[in-house]
Design a protein around this ligand. Structure first.
Ligand code: C5P
Length: 308
């Protein structure tokens, strides 16, 4: 006998930070932030299907955790409980096709979690968006941004999201160094350097576009502590600027560095020269909030499954 089991396909887009200021440390150990998130076209793809049995994550990418430590699993567990369901999540299979570099500051894990929440909401009979936002903020600081995308201001731990006027579309070159940086590590280095009294002057970059936001000056307070441990990041940033980028910066907690370009050809010609010393390069572009909403929607797919 064959039966059609529900299946949803959802894109999980990456982000870069057009600005990230650490305003202070908090009693809960987190850092108070003011950041500007920007969605980009680069994305993972998730397929969330109904499948009898325990909750399962699978991926062809060997470095992804497939257990409870995956943010997708955490998001599933918290949403399951918030919907009043008993026990652990079950009867759901999530397969992740990974394109977003990991430990890069591009929000891949957080975006996967947000995308899966949107798919679970449909697979599990609906959930109000306010509940999804609450669940997202509880699972990780960056996740709420990925429920709406585009250009947005993040306050608090980064989880309090205010939509901004969209950045006019730019082409983005991402350089992923051979090493990764974990988020917790970058914040620890920031704290260490502050304790040691180290502090660089900030060098704001003006984005020469007709765009009414002065919030995005491409300053990243996590960059100096990460550059101190990995000077290659400063070299990549300078190479992007020399190559004609309107502005360049480390994204989030690193290790990826990105440059903004006005045209595709001007961005594309940077890909080969910067792919050296184990670094990988990616060409992508920014997404407006409307584009993000359209592209990141969970789409129903009919699946044939064999039942015995
Ligand atoms: O919230 P999330 O689990 O993504 O954060 C990962 C780690 O990054 C935290 O455990 C914390 O060490 C650090 N972090 C922080 N301040 C923030 C966001 C993250 O110190 N605003």
């Amino acid at each position: 006998m064959t039966a059609k089991l529900p299946r949803f396909v959802v894109r999980a887009h990456a982000k870069v930070n057009l600005d990230l200021r650490v305003l202070g440390t908090r009693a809960d150990g987190y850092h108070e932030l003011r950041t500007v998130f920007q969605s980009i076209e680069l994305h993972d793809t998730l397929v969330c299907s109904e499948r009898p049995g325990p909750f399962t994550i699978k991926s062809r990418t060997a470095t992804i955790p497939l257990d409870r430590s995956n943010l997708v699993w955490k998001a599933a567990a918290v949403l399951w409980k918030a919907l009043g369901r008993a026990g652990d999540p079950c009867d759901t299979l999530v397969s992740i096709e990974k394109m977003i570099p990991m430990e890069a500051g591009l929000g891949g894990g957080s975006s996967d979690a947000a995308a899966s929440l949107m798919a679970f909401a449909r697979l599990w009979g609906g959930a109000p968006v306010t509940l999804l936002r609450e669940v997202a903020a509880g699972v990780g600081s960056d996740i709420p941004f990925f429920l709406s995308g585009g250009t947005a201001l993040g306050l608090g731990r980064g989880e309090e999201i205010y939509p901004l006027v969209d950045l006019p579309v730019h082409w983005v070159v991402i350089v992923q160094p051979a090493f990764g940086v974990s988020t917790a590590e970058a914040y620890n280095w920031y704290d260490e350097d502050r304790t040691a009294g180290l502090k660089e002057p900030r060098e704001p970059q003006v984005l020469p576009v007709p765009w009414p936001s002065r919030a995005a000056q491409m300053v990243n307070d996590l960059e100096p502590p990460v550059v101190r441990r990995h000077p290659e990041i400063a070299e990549i940033k300078a190479a992007l600027k020399e190559g004609g980028a309107v502005a360049s910066s480390m994204s989030g907690s690193g290790s990826a560095v990105f440059g903004l370009f006005r045209t595709r050809p001007s961005a594309a010609r940077m890909l080969r020269p910067l792919a050296r010393g184990g670094a990988r390069t990616h060409l992508t572009r920014t997404l407006t909030r409307a584009e993000y909403e359209r592209r990141s929607r969970a789409v129903a797919k009919r699946a044939q499954a064999r039942l015995h």
